[in-house]
Design a protein. Structure first.
Length: 469
């Protein structure tokens, strides 16, 4: 049976309640009976879904939005110290709780699976949430994206399992004490918080070190950063390590991935037996995510054949190769990929699904710091497309860095042989794509910012265009 409300969180106030991580925690607290309130910078479907659960959601940030009787204020690392609601909390003496501490308190008393890695966390967490629900285990879950089926990023379940996406970006994943930890990959990212790979490894070691005694680490046997991390962990005698991947030495070995359009058939070797199941998203990257989810469920004692069948019920996460529509023979698909590894994985998956069709990409770089460090690699990834449109950098929480613009990516892409067009005005992108597209093309909107909003507008323009064959 899932526990009730954590102490002092019966009247929480969330600053930035509409964010993917924050909204999930708010939803679970509301479902557990808390009187949830919060604020966000703009209206959204997420704000409406929170209101439907009984939460009070203010638009805009103002001191008066914080009720005097709030028992805590929940913040993420993106909230600046001068936020008026945070300033007001200090004046009233209301405790401030980081998002990760709030999530850790929700996991208390449950069998937690924490999914970590530089890429693939949302997809893998979602696969587990769907499969465990399909098996009738009624898990709680907190995910950094909305599931296609249930259409939500979080749920309070009555079962004893809690599946959570564990964010390494600000080291907050070090707060959790999971029974099973998944590490999909380890790469240098989040350059504002990590200066080197050594710092990244140290952070992941701390995360893995919080696994409860007798617990399990599920980790890639292929990805170089994960392999290095595993070599650093061999002295943890209280930890069972289960590797997965293409490597012949993997404990759960990926024998074959067979593309079938926008799905894949995956065959693994587990405990000496072959097991085949379907994954409803294309590409080896997502197939490996499913295998990690399978290994984690088995570590909790769930029969592998039951879990494999249930994983086939997963139909995707919004923004993870999500089909937005098809017009005049052109499919428009949305991707959250914003790091070169993610971009390459999604572009290769789409290339496999496209067969002989052309692949057109609308890419919006995310963060000045990431662009500064990885512009060359981003440009090289775009060379996998037949043609690309590159927007200005989406700043999110960052201030501009002198000299860091989308031109760094565009120049790198052209050096790699890519056909790239700079389009600074996002509003003109639908017309640009309609002018480029031919029947049978795949159009991929890609990035972690508001590029996702372009899908419907591109479809509208394509419906009016006269496309050649």
């Amino acid at each position: 049976m899932a526990p009730g409300l954590p102490t002092a969180m019966d009247r929480p106030h969330f600053i930035g309640i509409g964010g993917a991580g924050m909204s999930g925690i708010a939803k679970i607290l509301a479902q557990r009976g808390a009187r949830v309130a919060g604020s966000d910078s703009r209206e959204s479907a997420t704000a409406e879904s929170l209101r439907a659960l009984g939460a009070t959601v203010h638009i805009g940030h103002a001191a008066e939005h914080l009720a005097d009787d709030s028992t805590c204020v929940v913040v993420s690392s993106a909230i600046r110290p001068d936020n008026p609601e945070l300033v007001r909390a200090a004046e009233l003496g209301i405790p401030v709780v980081h998002r990760s501490d709030a999530l850790a308190s929700l996991m208390g008393g449950l069998r937690a699976i924490a999914v970590a890695g530089t890429h693939g966390k949302t997809t893998t967490t979602s696969m587990l949430a769907v499969a465990l629900t399909e098996l009738g285990l009624d898990p709680s879950y907190a995910i950094g994206g909305d599931l296609e089926g249930p259409g939500t990023n979080a749920r309070h379940g009555e079962g004893d399992i809690f599946v959570a996406e564990a964010d390494e970006s600000d080291r907050s994943f070090q707060k959790y004490d999971p029974e099973v930890a998944i590490v999909l990959n380890v790469e240098l990212d989040h350059h504002a918080n990590y200066a080197s790979m050594d710092e990244i490894y140290d952070s992941f070691e701390t995360f893995v070190g919080k696994v409860v005694p007798g617990g399990t680490l599920v980790i890639s046997a292929d990805q170089p950063g994960a392999v290095e991390l595993t070599s650093r962990l061999r002295d943890l005698s209280t930890l069972k390590i289960v590797t997965y991947g293409d490597s012949p030495s993997a404990d759960v070995r990926v024998h074959k991935v067979t593309p079938r359009g926008l799905t894949s058939e995956v065959t693994v070797v587990l405990a000496g037996r072959y097991l085949t199941f379907t994954v409803s998203v294309p590409g080896r990257h997502y197939a490996h995510n499913a295998v990690a989810a399978l290994a984690a469920g088995v570590a909790l004692g769930i029969p592998a054949h039951n879990l494999a069948s249930a994983l086939g019920k997963y139909t995707g996460v919004k923004r993870r190769l999500q089909l937005k529509g098809e017009v005049n023979g052109v499919q428009v698909i949305d991707s959250y990929a914003h790091h070169p590894t993610e971009m390459t994985a999604d572009l290769e998956a789409m290339r496999g699904a496209a067969a002989d069709a052309r692949l057109l990409v609308v890419f919006q770089p995310h963060l000045f710091s990431r662009t500064q460090e990885l512009a060359t690699e981003m440009g090289q990834s775009l060379a996998l497309a037949d043609a690309s449109v590159v927007l200005d950098i989406y700043p999110a929480r960052e201030d501009p860095i002198p000299g860091v613009t989308s031109s760094l990516i565009i120049d790198a892409a052209r050096r790699a042989g890519a056909d790239v067009t700079a389009v600074p005005d996002k509003a003109t992108v639908p017309d640009v794509i309609a002018g480029m597209a031919k029947q049978g093309d795949l159009v991929l909107t890609m990035g972690a910012g508001d590029v996702t909003d372009l899908g419907p507008a591109i479809l509208d323009k394509l419906s009016l265009a006269r496309l050649s064959n």
